[in-house]
Design a protein around this ligand. Sequence first.
Ligand SMILES: Nc1ncnc2c1ncn2[C@@H]1O[C@H](COP(=O)(O)OP(=O)(O)OP(=O)(O)O)[C@@H](O)[C@H]1O
Length: 334
Amino acid sequence: MVSEQPVLVLRDVSIAYDSPAGPVQAVSHVNLELMPNTIVGLIGESGSGKSTLATGIMRLLRGGAHLTHGEILIKGQNVYDMDAKTLRKFRWEAMSMVFQSAMTVLNPVMTVEQQMVDVFLAHRPGMSKAEALQKSYALLDLVRIARKHGKSYPHELSGGMKQRIVIAIALALDPALVIMDEPTTALDVVVQRSILEQIQDLQQERHFAVLFISHDFSLVAELASRVAIMYAGRFVEVTESGGLTVSDQDHHPYTQGLMRAIPRLTHEDVVIEGIPGHPPDLVTLPTGCAYHPRCPYAVPLCTVERPEPRDWQGRLIACHRFDPQKAGEFSHVS
Ligand SMILES: Nc1ncnc2c1ncn2[C@@H]1O[C@H](COP(=O)(O)OP(=O)(O)OP(=O)(O)O)[C@@H](O)[C@H]1O
């Protein structure tokens, strides 16, 4: 039976890096609940804080980053209150992560099956090597890789095969939550598609929850049931992905920009409208709404007051335009 407790709760989470120029506020006051058996997407431009949040959830922050505010709960347990032993057990068994580059995870001097066997033996002390090997073969079957490749070293496999193996290892101990940080970005489009289909199949079969990180808006909209859109460390919109089909006027201006940046095929050619400007420097963030320097609707209010996320037709949007009490400020902008 699928439990109704959220697998992941982010409660007002902030994460900062120490830097010589001052704290880099990579994640600011982020809230999210991820239920079992669901895929939630996390989208944003490079540098918006996605990977920092992902490593923060796994308690794998490095480079001087630390949780400065809030709580991260996995299956009801606070990840930052755990002792080292509990945390070790929790990683892989309750939560696992698939990184962008398979080589971050795979050891180049060990065969694939040795690496899989190691995961089982490290976490299941009573398990025999023969049983661990059988389970490793079952994992290869799961991601449709011929068992003979168990004897291969990572460099003998294609990028797509390596990434399938990394996904298999992440699923080895049946975690409730799998964080996928741009898992297909390094692969060509055809391989990307087949891996995404496989992720969907595996998710439906095993009912784990996925936090799927990407900068590819159309891909996330297709894969996830809910999407969080991140800008300068904050969630500016959280919406059901079905909600992305509504008129772009009903979205945060940044979401609108991302939607317009998706290549569209017209009769003659491909139309792509990029978002003008650049993401801000997180040490010296713009005052008010961090998006205001790039926002076509910005009014003076936006430069001084930061909007909090508010409910708007079932979506959470952090923009003054969607606050009925402030809407008058925008009467002259369409
Ligand atoms: N070690 C570090 N020291 C200081 N700042 C850092 C460090 N690592 C990352 N940052 C900053 O934190 C912010 C968030 O980075 P992060 O990698 O989480 O973004 P991202 O959205 O995952 O980007 P990408 O899609 O490129 O991976 C960026 O502005 C980045 O410059």
